[in-house]
Design a protein around this ligand. Sequence first.
Ligand code: NAP
Length: 246
Amino acid sequence: MLDGKVALVTGAGRGIGKQIALTLAEKGATVIVNFNGSKEKAQETVQEIEAKGGKAQMYQCDVSDMTSCGEMIAELIKAYGRIDILVNNAGITRDNLLMRMSEEEFDEVIRVNLKGCFNTMKHVSRYMLKQKGGRIINISSVTGLIGNAGQANYCASKAGVIGLTKSAARELGSRGITVNAIAPGFIETEMTAVLSEKLKETMTEQTLLKRTGSAKEVAAVAAFLASEDASYITGQVISVDGGMAL
Ligand code: NAP
């Protein structure tokens, strides 16, 4: 279903990004597995894809760096001639209460989670406009919709991703490019593994389904948004949160 498509997934060495990379590759896309620090994990992701007969390449790039993003995308265009799907998944947390949050904690999260999306979208959209088509999928969060105590930086970045998504959808729609966001709830990854058992229980209790979600459940929606079946969907935020934000 994604045969012949080229997909760039940021932060794809582990967690949700890895699962998105595996799922897009299973559906036939050639996947660029972007990573920042986790080289070995990115290598493993590429190996897993290749072991199943898929095509993948790893690429180191800090998405918060505008110049590096431009270089990465220019090199990929040179190698593959096109980028059909961009999944902005890279993200970090630096949790603290508002009054205790340092300027660095605030800026770092905004730089990676929000500016990182802008950096890749700015460069990729140039080529997608020429191609007259493309799919951009940004991973936001339920917390970007409803906020979360102790995560003012993270929630601001994820709410920003929604504004960025909707604006880009308006700018790029007439050229056949769709831009959507996914707002996951509580998904079991390394990011949430550090939370206390009590907080995990409280968050699970807030879902209507009374359970946590899996990276596979997020990846399935990303694959749908990247597919031909989603060709008339743009500017949307799809929650994958077990009903947490209802
Ligand atoms: P994770 O397991 O902590 O993985 C984070 C990923 O982001 C890693 O692959 C990491 O790559 C990458 N990354 C971080 N900084 C980067 C940078 N500067 N440049 C490139 N890549 C960078 O987190 P996750 O749970 O899979 O989260 C993935 C996305 O989903 C994030 O945007 C997160 O905010 C969002 N999300 C997660 C949940 C959840 O419950 N888990 C809920 C809502 C939204 P390296 O290791 O190579 O640095």
